[in-house]
Design a protein around this ligand. Structure first.
Ligand code: NAP
Length: 253
């Protein structure tokens, strides 16, 4: 049976992706920082899908979490065919007002952990001559985002890293896709201290589209027509628009 490892699978886009994999008969390895959330997600999935599910509580903003997870799965002889680097969060506000420890945790979770998980799981996929990696970046990867600056920069990093490694892995039969969602109605904005903007896509819409494109080995996956169109707007213009929106959101925190 093929296993899919999904980080941040207890809610939002990660949970919706877990449903797509389960519907397709894949066994699941769900990872998040909270066992209670994991148990709830597992229960909900088992009520609807007949697939094996393993849950792992890991703070992926911690420095050795990726290595620990890899070793635990190795001990259990679980081979991962699908790796989804989804867990992430954003920090809103003037850069000097964002606490240093939160900043550090975000940089590890959004950048270092996905890099480590790719490095740990890719060799086995290459040996097997097959595998899929889906890295969840954002449309924020395409331009700077004032008052959300480091978050946007983490997504730009992940976008370029993911596309670079895709080129390396392709020859060995491993497909790496980069998912760039636009505004999506999850807990993401609430956790950043603001409200979800109007017109957000649902996590289910994002996940179903992403799953289909990932299976087709698409390079960059942008759910939503207007999100795809926005890519062609000059980044200097987008920067100014985003600055106004994010400054307003940061003030309302
Ligand atoms: N929502 C949007 O508008 C949007 C747009 C573009 C890109 N994205 C990206 O999409 C991804 C998923 O976000 P979402 O919108 O679905 O947000 P979400 O609803 O807040 O879900 C985030 C997930 O990450 C997990 N997580 C958070 N911190 C963690 C940690 N330290 N260790 C392990 N797991 C952790 C959470 O689980 P626990 O709380 O159980 O740990 C949760 O399952 C993120 O990378 C985000 O940057 C979101």
């Amino acid at each position: 049976m093929e296993y899919a490892l999904i980080t941040g699978a207890t809610g939002g886009i990660g949970y919706a992706l877990a449903e797509c994999f389960a519907k397709d008969g894949k066994a699941l390895v769900l990872v998040s920082s909270n066992m209670e959330h994991l148990k709830k997600a597992e229960e909900k999935l088992l009520a609807n899908y007949n697939v094996p599910i393993e849950v792992y509580e890991k703070n992926l903003a911690g420095e050795r979490a990726a290595e620990e997870l890899f070793l635990q799965l190795k001990e259990r002889k679980i081979r991962i065919t699908y790796l989804v680097n989804n867990a992430g969060f954003g920090l809103l506000g003037k850069t000097e007002e964002i606490a240093m420890d939160k900043e550090e945790a975000m940089l590890i979770l959004n950048m270092m952990t996905p890099v480590k998980l790719v490095k740990l799981f890719l060799p086995e996929m290459k040996r097997a001559g097959c595998g899929y990696i889906l890295n969840v970046a954002s449309v924020g990867a395409f331009q700077p985002g004032p008052y959300n600056s480091s978050y946007y920069a983490t997504k730009a990093f992940l976008y370029h890293y993911s596309r670079g490694v895709r080129y390396e892995a392709k020859k060995a039969g491993v497909s790496i896709s980069t998912l760039c969602p636009g505004t999506t109605g999850t807990d993401f904005f609430k956790k950043a201290g603001t409200k979800t903007p109007k017109g957000a896509m649902t996590p289910e819409q994002v996940a179903v589209y992403a799953y289909r494109k990932m299976k087709k080995k698409k390079d960059v996956i942008i759910p939503g027509f207007w999100n795809r169109m926005a890519r062609f707007v000059p980044s200097g213009i987008k920067l100014r628009v985003i600055a106004v929106i994010k400054e307003r959101q940061a003030k309302c925190k």
